[in-house]
Design a protein around this ligand. Structure first.
Ligand SMILES: NC(=O)c1ccc[n+]([C@@H]2O[C@H](COP(=O)([O-])OP(=O)(O)OC[C@H]3O[C@@H](n4cnc5c(N)ncnc54)[C@H](OP(=O)(O)O)[C@@H]3O)[C@@H](O)[C@H]2O)c1
Length: 301
């Protein structure tokens, strides 16, 4: 008998995989909150492909309070998902935010009716092959990482017996910044050049990346992240080992003419830099250029 009421908001790559995996546990009662009705989801993992029935709501007015919300929209769509959060959340609810960036609580708490906000770093690759078809790829280590504590244990229990492995960290902020550091070069540079990760083989792009990273590392340290002296070089080196044919979500969003998640990435560095009185001219340049692209995309029907 399913005892835990869970709403997954946003059925993209990440939300689709989360909804599929959560539905595999008989203890979870999962409802998907999406902009269109989808009654079953095909879930690919390793060599397997299974069909999972879904309970979907497409009208926030019909949503009722739940124990858990798993919020999987892009960061810029939190405001548009507010009607879902307002109806799903009470002070007893926990909202796990599966998004890139660092300011999850600031972004979500104002819409969440006093619910607890649990930020999560997403390490898995969730690909939406069709509106009703997703694929999970494990990248390395944990699939999700949350700050250690009682909420983390309860969150990890939701995924017990499923393919998703939830890690807990006592130093979540440092991991959040490390993930942000990868994102502040990978996403804007692939989006602006309209080239996949192979573009990082160019030495001029590597020089630019190191300068963007060094700026961001200084801000991350001021923010309390335990970043190493050679953090920028180490991030770039790890990153160069990624497959050159891989794209990034901002690259694909740019090609598809969709709004971009730039405020949550380079925008987060610029905001934190301002807070600590540190200059961030390169991250500001990325932010301004891609905000301009994003605003134009948002206006195009
Ligand atoms: N995909 C990955 O492998 C990956 C890896 C690491 C981190 N992340 C991060 O995870 C987050 C989610 O990424 P994603 O790749 O899953 O994005 P995505 O594929 O664009 O999915 C976002 C989903 O949210 C839905 N949505 C937006 N506004 C909504 C609203 N008001 N009500 C209901 N649904 C709404 C969208 O609906 P429509 O389909 O109707 O537009 C879409 O299905 C992002 O912060 C991303 O940076 C992703």
């Amino acid at each position: 008998m399913a005892g835990r009421k869970i709403a997954v908001v946003g059925l993209g790559g990440i939300g689709g995989v989360a909804a599929a995996c959560l539905s595999l546990s008989p203890e979870n009662d999962v409802t998907v909150c999406a902009r269109r009705q989808i009654d079953k989801l095909t879930f690919d993992h390793h060599e397997d492909s299974i069909s999972i029935p879904l309970k979907t709501l497409s009208d926030p007015g019909l949503a009722e309070p739940v124990d858990w919300v798993v919020l999987c929209t892009k960061a810029q769509d939190v405001a548009s998902a507010a009607p879902w959060l307002e109806n799903l959340c009470t002070p007893q609810t926990t909202v796990a935010v599966l998004q890139n960036g660092i300011a999850h609580e600031e972004r979500v708490a104002p819409h969440a009716n006093g619910a607890t906000v649990l930020p999560a770093i997403v390490y898995y690759n969730g690909e939406r092959l069709a509106p009703d078809h997703v694929r999970l790829r494990h990248i390395r280590g944990h699939d999700l990482l949350v700050p250690a504590g009682p909420q983390a244990e309860a969150f990890a229990a939701l995924f017990e017996g499923t393919p998703i492995d939830v890690g807990r960290s006592e130093d979540f902020l440092t991991y959040q910044w490390r993930k942000l550091l990868v994102n502040v070069i990978a996403n804007p540079i692939t989006a602006l050049t309209r080239q996949r990760l192979g573009v990082f083989q160019r030495s001029d792009i590597q020089d630019l990346s190191l300068s963007i990273l060094r700026e961001a590392v200084a801000v991350g340290r001021a923010d309390g992240a335990q970043l190493r002296d050679n953090e920028a070089e180490a991030i770039l080196e790890t990153f160069l080992a990624y497959p050159p044919e891989a794209g990034t979500s901002m690259y694909f969003d740019c090609l598809a003419g969709r709004p971009l998640e730039i405020e949550a990435l380079n925008g987060a560095v610029v905001t934190a830099g301002r807070r600590h009185g540190l200059p961030t001219p390169l991250n500001s340049a990325m932010l301004t250029l891609l905000k301009t692209v994003s605003d134009a995309n948002a206006k195009t029907p």
